[in-house]
Design a protein around this ligand. Structure first.
Ligand code: IPD
Ligand code: CA
Ligand code: CA
Length: 270
C-alpha cells in the first residue's frame, strides 16, 4: 500500500468517527452554541468534540505530522512536510439550525500542496475521498465533474465570509452579476460541500473569498482528481493561504474567471 493510500484510509477513519460525533449532537445543542468573535461566526460543542476525535486518530497514527485545525489552531511546525488541515464541522451555522448541509473536512498538504482529502456528510452518509493520482470517489464509486461548457447553462455556488459586514469586498456584486449570467447561484453554507458537489457534477463551478485552508484543502484535491480545475480568481495558481478560490469543471473556468475579473459595481445591478 502506498503512503497516500494509508493517509487516505486513516483520514477516512477520522472523518467517519467525527461524523458519528456530529450525528450524536444533532438537534441536541440547546445552549451549547456560542459566537467566536464576529457576529454569526458560531462554534458549538459538536465542533469541539468532533475535532478532539480527529486529532486523537491522526496524532496516534502520524505523531511526526503537523496540524492546522479550526478550533485548536496550529499544532506543530507549520513548515512540516506533512500538514493536516482540519475542519471538524464545515457548515456550523447550518448545523446549529438543523439544516443538514455540513461536513467533516480533512485534507493533507504535502509540502504545501493538497494531496489527500476526505469530506464526509454524516446526515446524508456521503463520503467523498481523493488522493493525488488515486482518483476521486463518492461512497467508494468514482466521480467526475459535469460537462457544462457554457456559463448560461451552469449552476454555480458561492459563499460569504464572516467579515462581510466590514468590507465592500464581500462578494455581493459578484453574486448579483453571476446570478444574471447563469441558471443560478446557490449559497450552501459549507465550502467543503460546495467543492465536493462541483467534483461530482451537481454544481458546475464555485468561487469564494475569505476562506481558510481547512475549508478547502480536502476539496481542492477532490476536485482535481475528479477532473476539475482550481485556481485563483484570475486563473493563476491557487495560493491556499490567500483564501480566494475559483473551482470549476474546467470547461467554464476561463469564462468564469474573466467575469470575476470585471465585476460591475453593485449600483449598476438591476
Ligand atoms: C464556513 C462555511 C461557509 C463559508 C464560510 C466558512 P464554518 O465554515 O464553509 O460556507 O462561506 O466562509 O467559514 O465556519 O461553517 O466552518
Ligand atoms: Ca469551515
Ligand atoms: Ca468549522
Amino acid at each position: 500500500m502506498t503512503n497516500l493510500q494509508i493517509f487516505l484510509d486513516i483520514a477516512t477513519e477520522a472523518a467517519l468517527a467525527a461524523g458519528a460525533v456530529l450525528q450524536g449532537y444533532w438537534g441536541k445543542l440547546e445552549d451549547a452554541i456560542t459566537e467566536k468573535g464576529r457576529p454569526g461566526d458560531l462554534v458549538t460543542a459538536a465542533d469541539k468534540a468532533a475535532e478532539v476525535v480527529i486529532l486523537e486518530i491522526l496524532r496516534r497514527h502520524f505523531p511526526q505530522h503537523s496540524i492546522l485545525a479550526e478550533e485548536s489552531g496550529k499544532l506543530g511546525n507549520q513548515d512540516n512536510e506533512y500538514l493536516w488541515a482540519i475542519d471538524p464541522l464545515d457548515g456550523t451555522t447550518n448545523y446549529a439550525h438543523q439544516y443538514p448541509c455540513f461536513a467533516v473536512s480533512i485534507g493533507l498538504l504535502i509540502n504545501g500542496v493538497p494531496q489527500v482529502g476526505v469530506i464526509y456528510n454524516p446526515f446524508h452518509d456521503e463520503l467523498f475521498r481523493a488522493a493525488a493520482g488515486l482518483g476521486a470517489t463518492r461512497n467508494r464509486r468514482p466521480i467526475q465533474v459535469s460537462g457544462a461548457s457554457e456559463l448560461g447553462k451552469s449552476l454555480l455556488v458561492t459563499g460569504f465570509a464572516y467579515d462581510r459586514r466590514e468590507t465592500s469586498d464581500n462578494n455581493y456584486a459578484e453574486f448579483c452579476h453571476l446570478t444574471h449570467l447563469t441558471q443560478g447561484v446557490r449559497r450552501s453554507g459549507s465550502a467543503s460541500m460546495d467543492l465536493a458537489y462541483v467534483a461530482c457534477g451537481r454544481f458546475d463551478g464555485y468561487w469564494e473569498r475569505g476562506l481558510s485552508p481547512w475549508d478547502i484543502a480536502a476539496g481542492v484535491i477532490l476536485l482535481q482528481e475528479a477532473g476539475g480545475k482550481v485556481t485563483a480568481y484570475d486563473g493563476s495558481p491557487l495560493k491556499i493561504e490567500s483564501g480566494r478560490i475559483l473551482a470549476t469543471n474546467g470547461y467554464i473556468h476561463d469564462t468564469l474567471s474573466r467575469e470575476l475579473m470585471q465585476i460591475p459595481p453593485l449600483s449598476t445591478w438591476k
